[in-house]
Design a protein around this ligand. Sequence first.
Ligand code: PMP
Length: 439
Amino acid sequence: MTARPAPLHARHRAVMPDWLALYYREPLELTHGEGRHVWDAQGRRYLDFFGGILTTMTAHALPEVTKAVAEQAGRILHTSTLYLDRHMVELAERIAALSGIPDARVFFTTSGTEANDAALLLATTFRRSNQILAMRNGYHGRSFSAIGVTGNSSWSPTSLSPLQTLYVHGAVRTRGPYAHLSDREFTEACVADLEDVLGQAHGNVAALIAEPVQGVGGFTAPPDGLYAAFRDVLARHGILWISDEVQTGWGRTGDHFWGWQAHAEAGPPDLLTFAKGIGNGMSVGGVVARADVMNCLDANSISTFGGSPVTMAAGLANLTYLLEHDLQGNARRVGGLLIERLRAIAAGLPVVREVRGRGLMIGIELAAPDGSPAPQAAALALEAARDKGLLIGKGGREGHALRIAPPLTLTVAEAEEGADILEETLRHVQDAFGGKDRS
Ligand code: PMP
């Protein structure tokens, strides 16, 4: 008699690193998707409000992208930036034009981490400094340098990065010394903090790296214009601004195509990084930079897989679909309705400290009655929503904020359906944790 294979979950645990987190007590094996829905190995259907952690920017199995990938895979699969590729050049041209950065150059990578790594390499080389400014509670990836500028301690497993990083206040408004301030006071206090931090630097600082809306940090953002105010200070010191648009790019925030545009008075950033959604599931990342910054490297540098023909074909098809169907406008309209509905639901539920966000990037912060973060409430919400057929994410330093980021084609009916499930879920969490959160 042949022994039955162990469940996939046990096999995963046995062979993968312990720190590779899986969502859910009973982890989910997803086998296929369509539109805004995914199915698990048992055939159960879920409404996807986390967009495959924002990689499925447009829709699951979008026919336009699937066709582009299949056609290119059947044509040529060679990779390496050593050869010309029509898709790569065209996608770079379009991203350069969309970026808002004058005379922009684009370098493709395979991930957000690698995009930030490249941006940090460029900025430190250009400025001949390994000192970087970064935001408290921020996340930029898992390479040695990206970890070195990640202020969210629960996602920063080593302090041994070769970068010297100075962290500044700015994105988190529900805790810390500036929590009670108005937008204007908050901005002034953060600018003063930036000036103070710069006073402690050893001469030249290379760059500020920041997410316009913090992703892993729990979809938390500064008041509009904060980075423009920072820019005035940075410009005085010649410090570059790297906008990490890995989660905020491509219209997700509804009002803007890029997150930096909520801070547009100071003009575009010097460098912009992107990844996740542009490939609609294929690994496309990259860095856009001013030509002088991009061209500061004086040795050859190539990428084997960055910009490979199949991923570039996917990116082009996806970008074309996104623009032709005005998915930024859809994010604004449908996301606006969803935020309004969630705020109404939250009004009667003290466990919800805040519903925040823009477009289809919505955070729901959960708190104990004394206002402290409630990670156990968030964990329960994730399980309860899944039981009701809805996938959501969580984030924040303690994992206490729910993250809502559906594919950008979300319909009004699907938004209503998801909001109904979230209402039941949050009521359940309120009942379980209401007056006596033990987290
Ligand atoms: N920057 C931000 C803002 C991110 O959210 C992430 C991924 N969560 C990264 C960088 C790293 O991207 P990747 O996982 O593709 O390396």
